[in-house]
Ligand binder design. Structure first.
Ligand SMILES: [Ca+2]
Length: 195
Protein backbone atom coordinates (compact mmCIF):
# COMPACT_ATOMS: atom_id res chain seq x y z
CA UNK A 1 0.00 0.00 0.00
CA UNK A 2 1.41 3.40 -0.95
CA UNK A 3 1.55 6.19 1.53
CA UNK A 4 -1.11 8.19 -0.34
CA UNK A 5 -3.54 5.26 -0.51
CA UNK A 6 -3.01 4.67 3.23
CA UNK A 7 -3.88 8.30 3.90
CA UNK A 8 -7.01 8.00 1.74
CA UNK A 9 -8.03 4.89 3.68
CA UNK A 10 -7.55 6.65 7.02
CA UNK A 11 -9.51 9.66 5.75
CA UNK A 12 -12.34 7.40 4.60
CA UNK A 13 -12.38 5.69 8.01
CA UNK A 14 -12.50 9.04 9.79
CA UNK A 15 -15.43 10.17 7.65
CA UNK A 16 -17.26 6.92 8.27
CA UNK A 17 -16.80 7.13 12.04
CA UNK A 18 -17.81 10.78 12.04
CA UNK A 19 -21.00 10.01 10.16
CA UNK A 20 -22.02 6.83 11.93
CA UNK A 21 -21.34 7.67 15.57
CA UNK A 22 -24.07 10.32 15.92
CA UNK A 23 -26.54 8.08 14.07
CA UNK A 24 -25.84 5.19 16.43
CA UNK A 25 -26.33 7.47 19.43
CA UNK A 26 -29.65 8.68 18.07
CA UNK A 27 -30.82 5.13 17.46
CA UNK A 28 -30.00 4.11 21.03
CA UNK A 29 -31.90 7.04 22.55
CA UNK A 30 -34.84 6.52 20.19
CA UNK A 31 -35.18 2.99 21.57
CA UNK A 32 -35.52 4.27 25.13
CA UNK A 33 -39.13 4.66 26.15
CA UNK A 34 -40.56 6.46 29.14
CA UNK A 35 -43.53 5.24 31.15
CA UNK A 36 -46.67 6.91 29.82
CA UNK A 37 -49.39 8.14 32.17
CA UNK A 38 -47.43 7.10 35.30
CA UNK A 39 -49.83 8.82 37.70
CA UNK A 40 -53.15 8.49 35.81
CA UNK A 41 -53.34 12.27 35.39
CA UNK A 42 -55.04 11.72 32.00
CA UNK A 43 -58.07 10.76 34.12
CA UNK A 44 -58.21 7.32 32.52
CA UNK A 45 -56.10 4.22 31.81
CA UNK A 46 -54.36 5.59 28.72
CA UNK A 47 -51.08 3.66 28.31
CA UNK A 48 -52.25 0.77 30.49
CA UNK A 49 -53.86 -2.56 29.53
CA UNK A 50 -56.40 -4.38 31.67
CA UNK A 51 -57.62 -7.93 32.06
CA UNK A 52 -60.70 -8.85 34.10
CA UNK A 53 -62.99 -6.25 35.66
CA UNK A 54 -61.17 -4.89 38.73
CA UNK A 55 -59.58 -1.84 37.11
CA UNK A 56 -61.64 -0.67 34.11
CA UNK A 57 -63.28 2.59 35.20
CA UNK A 58 -61.33 2.71 38.46
CA UNK A 59 -59.32 5.89 37.79
CA UNK A 60 -60.82 8.52 40.06
CA UNK A 61 -60.10 11.94 41.53
CA UNK A 62 -61.90 11.08 44.78
CA UNK A 63 -59.77 12.31 47.72
CA UNK A 64 -61.50 9.87 50.09
CA UNK A 65 -63.47 6.62 50.01
CA UNK A 66 -66.80 7.98 51.24
CA UNK A 67 -66.66 6.77 54.82
CA UNK A 68 -63.18 8.13 55.41
CA UNK A 69 -60.37 10.26 54.05
CA UNK A 70 -57.76 10.57 52.59
CA UNK A 71 -55.94 8.60 49.92
CA UNK A 72 -53.30 11.36 49.69
CA UNK A 73 -52.83 10.65 45.99
CA UNK A 74 -50.26 12.52 43.92
CA UNK A 75 -51.88 15.09 41.62
CA UNK A 76 -55.61 14.79 40.94
CA UNK A 77 -56.19 11.22 39.78
CA UNK A 78 -55.25 7.77 41.02
CA UNK A 79 -56.27 4.15 40.45
CA UNK A 80 -58.64 3.11 43.25
CA UNK A 81 -59.15 -0.63 42.77
CA UNK A 82 -62.47 -0.57 44.62
CA UNK A 83 -64.10 2.17 42.52
CA UNK A 84 -65.52 0.15 39.63
CA UNK A 85 -66.01 -3.42 40.87
CA UNK A 86 -65.76 -3.29 44.67
CA UNK A 87 -63.86 -6.04 46.49
CA UNK A 88 -65.34 -8.92 44.46
CA UNK A 89 -63.91 -7.93 41.06
CA UNK A 90 -60.56 -9.36 39.99
CA UNK A 91 -58.14 -8.53 37.20
CA UNK A 92 -54.84 -6.95 36.27
CA UNK A 93 -53.63 -3.67 34.82
CA UNK A 94 -50.24 -3.45 33.10
CA UNK A 95 -48.22 -0.52 31.81
CA UNK A 96 -46.61 -0.22 28.41
CA UNK A 97 -42.90 -1.13 28.41
CA UNK A 98 -40.46 1.51 29.58
CA UNK A 99 -36.66 1.68 29.67
CA UNK A 100 -35.14 1.80 33.15
CA UNK A 101 -32.76 4.77 33.18
CA UNK A 102 -31.47 7.37 35.63
CA UNK A 103 -30.85 6.22 39.19
CA UNK A 104 -32.23 2.71 38.52
CA UNK A 105 -34.74 3.14 41.33
CA UNK A 106 -38.47 2.53 40.71
CA UNK A 107 -41.09 3.62 43.22
CA UNK A 108 -44.88 3.47 43.43
CA UNK A 109 -47.63 4.73 45.68
CA UNK A 110 -49.60 1.64 46.72
CA UNK A 111 -52.50 1.05 49.12
CA UNK A 112 -55.46 -1.27 49.66
CA UNK A 113 -55.69 -4.83 50.95
CA UNK A 114 -52.81 -6.80 52.43
CA UNK A 115 -52.35 -10.11 50.63
CA UNK A 116 -48.88 -11.01 49.37
CA UNK A 117 -50.08 -13.63 46.90
CA UNK A 118 -53.31 -12.16 45.53
CA UNK A 119 -52.95 -8.36 45.77
CA UNK A 120 -49.78 -6.63 44.68
CA UNK A 121 -48.04 -4.03 42.55
CA UNK A 122 -45.02 -5.44 40.72
CA UNK A 123 -42.05 -4.47 38.61
CA UNK A 124 -41.72 -7.11 35.89
CA UNK A 125 -39.71 -8.03 32.83
CA UNK A 126 -41.40 -7.89 29.43
CA UNK A 127 -42.38 -11.57 29.73
CA UNK A 128 -44.07 -10.92 33.08
CA UNK A 129 -41.43 -12.30 35.46
CA UNK A 130 -41.76 -10.46 38.79
CA UNK A 131 -38.59 -8.62 39.87
CA UNK A 132 -40.05 -6.77 42.88
CA UNK A 133 -43.53 -6.55 44.36
CA UNK A 134 -45.48 -4.93 47.19
CA UNK A 135 -48.93 -5.51 48.67
CA UNK A 136 -51.17 -3.10 50.62
CA UNK A 137 -51.51 -2.67 54.37
CA UNK A 138 -55.31 -2.89 54.76
CA UNK A 139 -55.34 0.90 54.50
CA UNK A 140 -56.59 3.13 51.67
CA UNK A 141 -53.97 5.84 52.37
CA UNK A 142 -51.07 5.58 49.96
CA UNK A 143 -47.56 4.74 51.07
CA UNK A 144 -44.48 4.91 48.83
CA UNK A 145 -42.62 1.70 48.10
CA UNK A 146 -39.16 2.00 46.48
CA UNK A 147 -37.44 -0.81 44.59
CA UNK A 148 -33.71 -0.88 43.89
CA UNK A 149 -33.60 -2.11 40.30
CA UNK A 150 -30.14 -0.86 39.35
CA UNK A 151 -29.13 -4.32 38.10
CA UNK A 152 -31.79 -3.92 35.39
CA UNK A 153 -30.67 -0.47 34.13
CA UNK A 154 -31.19 -0.11 30.38
CA UNK A 155 -33.72 -2.96 30.21
CA UNK A 156 -37.35 -2.76 29.12
CA UNK A 157 -39.67 -3.34 32.07
CA UNK A 158 -43.33 -2.96 33.02
CA UNK A 159 -45.46 -2.17 36.08
CA UNK A 160 -48.32 -4.58 36.82
CA UNK A 161 -51.08 -4.39 39.41
CA UNK A 162 -52.65 -7.75 40.29
CA UNK A 163 -55.98 -8.38 42.06
CA UNK A 164 -56.91 -12.04 42.56
CA UNK A 165 -58.69 -11.41 45.89
CA UNK A 166 -62.47 -11.34 46.31
CA UNK A 167 -63.18 -11.02 50.06
CA UNK A 168 -62.94 -8.10 52.47
CA UNK A 169 -60.12 -5.73 51.51
CA UNK A 170 -60.04 -7.51 48.12
CA UNK A 171 -58.73 -4.53 46.19
CA UNK A 172 -55.46 -2.69 45.59
CA UNK A 173 -54.67 0.89 44.54
CA UNK A 174 -51.85 2.54 42.60
CA UNK A 175 -50.54 6.00 41.80
CA UNK A 176 -47.46 8.03 40.84
CA UNK A 177 -44.99 5.48 39.44
CA UNK A 178 -41.51 7.04 39.36
CA UNK A 179 -38.86 5.52 37.08
CA UNK A 180 -35.18 6.33 37.62
CA UNK A 181 -35.68 9.54 39.58
CA UNK A 182 -35.62 8.57 43.26
CA UNK A 183 -32.13 8.60 44.79
CA UNK A 184 -30.37 5.30 45.34
CA UNK A 185 -29.81 4.36 49.00
CA UNK A 186 -26.60 5.66 50.54
CA UNK A 187 -24.51 2.55 51.35
CA UNK A 188 -22.60 4.50 54.00
CA UNK A 189 -25.72 4.87 56.12
CA UNK A 190 -25.86 2.51 59.07
CA UNK A 191 -28.29 -0.35 58.69
CA UNK A 192 -28.11 -0.44 54.91
CA UNK A 193 -26.05 -3.16 53.32
CA UNK A 194 -23.50 -1.94 50.80
CA UNK A 195 -23.85 -3.63 47.43
CA1 LIG B 1 -52.02 10.74 40.22
Amino acid sequence: MTRSSLLRLLLALAICLGLTSPLMTQTASANETTLSNPGFESGDLRGWTTTGTAFNGSVTDDPGWGWGCCFNQQGSYHLWGFAAGGDAATGTVTSEPFTLTGTGMVSVLVSGGRNDNDLYAALTTLDGSVLHKATGTDDEAYRRVTWDAREHLGKQLRITLVDKATGGWGHINLDDVRVGTDPAPDPSRRGLAAH
